[in-house]
Design a protein around this ligand. Structure first.
Ligand code: GTP
Ligand code: MG
Length: 331
């Protein structure tokens, strides 16, 4: 089985949470990180411990699974080694020979760009500048670094072999659909395409092998940085509703708006979604806080699910009812 987990709105939908749930409940043999780079921030709460991850796959909590970072992704050596230590995944994490490597110079180049800092609202983690060097064919990749040699492998070959042997692979992206440099609100986007098709290319798996594309929507919409946000609430109203959130990487308060059904429909099209995961259901519908079984659904939640399904044409499969990796109702 090949699962893809992709963000449906502007990021921070809780992909980390859904990935960790699928990884621990579906006998996943390998989790591969696709997407951009260390500009991501994924939160995983497992066994009472909170992990803030920028580069290690959020599915690491499945302690039997091999972890990979694809050739299309940008890593930062310092962040990688720090996260390997905090998550204890030594010996089961691998990088592709050709994974891109971000340097201090890339970070400095982005921080010096007024366009990026003021107009785009970039995290300035160096992923975009590394991407520029990659396109110019002058970026150093993982195989060029002495320190990374023990982690190197051919990620595409390994993942395809696991699938050939009947195993299960989960692809984990970063950012989200409307931050895609092609399909998002350009230029207020990230530096790459981050939709499901691009994720396959990031790790070297062909589109015919995909079984499920799980699209993650939060029960309301948030956005960091600049760019259009339909029906945006002011900060007082956001706080009143309990929808105030702060960025994992930057600490910036996130902008918020109610769930956008039209945007959800477009996101399902752009990714070929086969299943929907709805997160933060407990924030909008407090009566389902911590629920794990279908018979705990309220009438309002059922109504919301019907609305989401009828608008998008895609079934809702997972409801997240709290931050813990097992606080999920599977439908
Ligand atoms: P992505 O960027 O999409 O991967 O999301 P993320 O995992 O990075 O989410 P982020 O770091 O923005 O953090 C979301 C926060 O909400 C984290 O603290 C999660 O533990 C938490 N969270 C995730 N799902 C739920 C949920 O269903 N209910 C509640 N109350 N919290 C959640
Ligand atoms: Mg995030």
């Amino acid at each position: 089985m090949l699962y893809i987990v992709v963000g449906g709105f502007y990021g921070d939908e809780g992909k980390g949470k859904i990935t960790s749930y699928i990884a621990t409940t579906k006998k996943i043999d390998a989790i591969a990180r696709a997407g951009v780079g260390t500009n991501a921030g994924h939160t995983v709460v497992h066994d009472g411990i909170t992990y803030k991850l920028r580069t290690i796959p959020s599915g690491f909590v499945a302690d039997h699974a091999k972890l990979f970072i694809g050739a299309g992704v940008y890593i930062n050596e310092e962040i990688l080694f720090k996260e390997i230590e905090t998550t204890g995944v030594q010996g089961r994490i691998f990088l592709d020979n050709q994974t891109g490597v971000i340097t201090e110079e890339h970070i400095a180049r982005e921080k010096a760009s007024k366009h990026l800092t003021d107009e785009i609202g970039s995290t300035c983690s160096g992923s975009g500048a590394a991407g520029v060097d990659r396109v110019l064919r002058q970026l150093k990749v993982a195989k060029d670094y002495e320190t990374l040699q023990p982690l190197l492998t051919d990620v595409s070959a390994e993942l395809n072999q696991i699938l050939d042997d009947g195993g299960s692979v989960l692809l984990e992206g970063s950012q989200a659909t409307f931050l895609s440099v092609y399909h998002g609100g350009y230029p207020h986007t990230t530096s790459k395409d981050v939709c499901a098709a691009a994720m396959l290319s990031d790790v070297g798996i062909g589109p015919t092998r995909v079984d499920e594309v799980v699209i993650v929507f939060k029960a309301f919409v948030t956005r960091v940085g600049e760019g259009h946000l339909k029906n945006e609430l002011d900060f007082d109203e956001t706080k009143k509703r309990g929808w105030d959130e702060y960025g994992t990487v930057t600490g910036r308060p996130r902008r918020a708006a109610p769930f956008d059904f039209d945007l959800a429909k477009k996101a399902c099209q752009l990714n070929g979604a086969t299943q929907i995961a709805l997160t933060k259901m407990d924030i909008v519908f407090p009566e389902v806080q911590g629920a794990t079984s279908e018979d705990q659904l309220s009438e309002n939640v059922k109504k919301f699910i019907v609305q989401v399904e009828s608008k998008t044409g895609v079934p809702v499969k997972y409801l997240s009812t709290g931050p813990g990796s097992q606080e999920v109702i599977e439908l």
